[in-house]
Ligand binder design. Structure first.
Ligand code: NAD
Length: 512
């Protein structure tokens, strides 16, 4: 490891400044407050971000409300054409987007590019909006009367997003919202705000009218202003469970439609008949990829007797060979954590877990860091074995590279552990028995399930969302549920009199 970079070093001098994007252009006002942006691989401040409040939110929502009538009247085919153009531009700028993500989040370059690619799958889906918005039609529901259903945009929609996917999670939201004819205000995470501004520029270049997509940077103050604004009709949120609950309660109390995706604790069950090499590979990839800062990361392996010892041994072998280092070095497989405070919190579970009776089988604090600076927010992959559901390290969402192993005597006990968790985002089972897998997918109380697939993130044409404390609201994101969330249904019953008709009938319509 190199010594920490000098506070007066080159990075400090080249500090960047990120602000809002309102009405098709960068906001040039004077911010009342701002925050620091860090380079997690060095620990140095790399920039500042303006924090918006009620005034900036009013300007952004005002711009979105002004753009709404024109955008919602824009034909389906033209709205799809803007999505196609954005898709090409974003694809061409993948490396640039990924570079911004790595510089502020810390994840390795391949992972950042993968995030952009997964987000673009939702753009692909949104390009099909002319098909997705087709309604139903019934001819002659009564004599000479037809009925049909249509879906119309809800109005101005807001998206509030977490630090861990600064490009993909916004892309779960705005492509479908815009394609459906809504206008949009994004409030990204204050920890890695730069990707949102590049996305805004690319949307403008793709031909999206001014005001249809806006970005307000900041934290709670901006969020509260969005929740309080009468012109915001729908709010999509992705983040931690306490904030998701808050957004859902306050947003719905203000009469808004809300989908709020929360935190997670994802279990991977390994049955005795599983391919243990496949399971060990999966546990390492899904537990430590993106430094465990994924809402679909595997944080608990439930090893059904007798596989526990052998599985932990094989995981240990693989972890020893992992290269931890700066995300922009090609050889790095795992980067730093997002902030120093988060790294310290995550590392704290290694001590508290041991104090509660778990065994620290792999201590990531000792893992070598290759090519990184001492000031970076480093923590290598760790494994706590013999964890029980009573322990804090099991109950809390750690959101870092700490894998817990819970031992279970049987499939039934493993299922009980998972179904007893307050979270229900993702889960996976590793087995070679199709019947066991089928039973698990049927019985488990979790929104997204993998069979020999550790991170079962649905493709864009399915919907993403958890159960229990991992989701507040009824609709999951993207796929047809996303289209449903950003539109309101209307049923029309219509009578066009035959040209042979001669008179007027003012009676109440009855089906005679
Ligand atoms: P977070 O809840 O701290 O922040 C999410 C967003 O809410 C940010 O834009 C933030 O500025 C804002 N915010 C934070 N505190 C707030 C408050 N008190 N009032 C109003 N707004 C507030 O989450 P994070 O740390 O950025 O992201 C990590 C969390 O997100 C993890 O819990 C992870 O599981 C979750 N996550 C869930 C999913 C999912 O699909 N369920 C996906 C990604 C991340």
């Amino acid at each position: 490891m190199k010594p920490a970079s000098d506070a007066d070093g080159a990075e400090k001098r080249a500090i960047k400044h990120i602000s809002h994007w309102i009405d098709g252009k960068p906001w040039l006002g004077e911010a009342a407050s701002s925050g620091d942006i860090y380079n997690p691989a060095t620990g140095a401040i790399s920039g500042t971000v303006d924090f918006g409040g009620a005034a900036e939110v009013a300007a952004a929502v005002g711009a979105a409300a002004k753009a709404l009538p024109g955008w919602r009247e824009t034909s389906l085919v033209k709205r799809a054409a803007v999505m196609f153009a954005f898709r090409e531009l974003a694809r061409a700028h993948t490396a640039e987007l990924a570079g911004l993500i790595t510089a502020e989040h810390g994840k390795v370059a391949s992972d950042a590019a993968g995030e952009v690619a997964r987000g673009l799958e939702v753009v692909d889906f949104a390009c099909g909006i002319p098909h997705l918005l087709k309604g139903g039609f019934s001819e002659n529901v009564s004599t000479g009367v037809d009925a049909y259903s249509i879906r119309q945009p809800v109005g101005v929609a807001a998206g509030i997003t977490p630090f861990n996917f600064p490009a993909m999670v916004p892309m779960w939201m705005f492509p479908i919202a815009l394609a459906c004819g809504n206008t949009f205000v994004l409030k990204p995470s204050e920890k890695d705000p730069s990707a949102s501004i590049l996305i805004a520029r690319l949307l403008a270049e793709a031909g999206l009218p001014d005001g249809a997509f806006n970005v307000v940077q900041g934290g709670k103050e901006a969020v509260d202003a969005l929740l309080a604004h009468d012109d915001v009709k729908a709010v999509s949120f992705v983040g931690s469970t306490p904030v998701a609950r808050y957004i859902y309660e306050h947003g719905t109390a203000a009469g808004k439609r809300v989908q709020a995706l929360g935190g997670a604790k994802n279990h991977m069950v390994v049955l005795p008949d599983a391919d243990l090499d496949l399971a060990a590979d999966a546990a390492v990839n899904a537990g430590f990829g993106s430094a465990g800062e994924r809402c679909m990361a595997i944080s608990v392996v439930v090893a059904v007797d007798p596989v526990g010892d052998e599985l932990v041994r094989r995981i240990g072998e693989r972890v020893a060979g992992l290269t931890v280092g700066p995300g922009d070095l090609a050889e790095s497989e795992m980067g730093p954590l997002v902030t120093g405070a988060h790294r310290d919190k995550v590392a704290g579970y290694l001590d508290s877990g041991v104090a509660e009776g778990a065994q620290l089988a792999i201590d990531g604090r000792r893992h070598p860091v290759s090519g990184g600076e001492a000031g970076g927010f480093w923590l290598g992959p760790s494994l706590l074995d013999h964890v029980t559901p009573a322990m804090g390290c099991y109950r809390d969402e750690i959101f870092g590279p700490v894998l817990s192993v819970v031992r279970a005597a049987s499939y039934a006990e493993a299922l009980e552990v998972i179904n007893g968790s307050p979270y229900g985002n993702g889960t996976a089972i590793f087995t070679n028995d199709g019947g066991a897998a089928r039973r698990f997918t049927h019985e488990v109380e979790v929104g997204m399930v993998g069979v020999n697939v550790p991170i079962p993130v649905p493709m864009a044409f399915y919907s993403f969302g958890g159960w229990k404390s991992s989701l507040f609201g009824d609709t999951h994101v993207h796929g047809t549920e996303g289209v449903h969330f950003y539109t309101r249904g209307k049923a029309v019953t219509s009578r066009w009199l035959d040209p042979s008709h001669g008179g007027v009938n003012l009676g109440f319509p009855v089906n005679s």
